[in-house]
Ligand binder design. Sequence first.
Ligand SMILES: [Zn+2]
Length: 256
Amino acid sequence: MSKPTQPMSDQQALRYSRHVMLPTVDFTGQERILAARVAIVGMGGLGCAVAPYLAGSGVGELILIDNDRIERSNLQRQILFREHNIGDSKAETAAATLRALNSEVKIQAISERLTRDNLEAVLVNSDVIVDCCDNLETRNLLNAFCWQQQIPLVSGAAIRFEGQVAVYPMTEDTPCYRCFSRLFGEQQLTCMEAGVFSPVVGVVGALQAVETLKLIAHVGETLSGAVLLYDGAHASWQRINLPKSPDCSVCANPRD
Ligand SMILES: [Zn+2]
């Protein structure tokens, strides 16, 4: 993930000064952020929370993937959308909002569902993939792809008052999403069926943005190999370290 970076202009040094003044980020960390390419899969509640922090922080290239259109019931928590956007593409609308926030970021909107057939073309060369999707099929596809390509996966989920964030660096000695779901079971319900408390998606999305930026700037200690659970109803947090499953159907196999 050590890409060639370019020195910042004076305008950029001013724009990102609050990052640069953090000793662990400094110019080097911000230049890494400016050179990074991040894909966000799903522009619902989580994606809408992750994306503005990544765009504001100057991530060089963002790929926004979602085949849905905006519905009235999305406005309760999908904060990049406005009432007049109902019926419009989520990916395109989010891209337009983010371009207004930071015109320096190259933003690509993909209004398609991610499938086995388009996965590689859409996600190749990403430095980090942020999983904000709401279905198991895509989650499992992403996990297998990230393992094969050695791309870190920052995964988030929110339902009812509960949220969870996990980071899978896809190294030999760390677990993948499949190792996690074998232990904890797979979340079958969606927020359409079970409901979700609006700001919980913001909490989870903001944490995904924190972990993503740390990964690309090489700062701090990421949540690698662990899951952070948030219970909004009781204001409590729990961090659980995840073991790697020795017979995981994904990461116990050698990469192709
Ligand atoms: Zn695994």
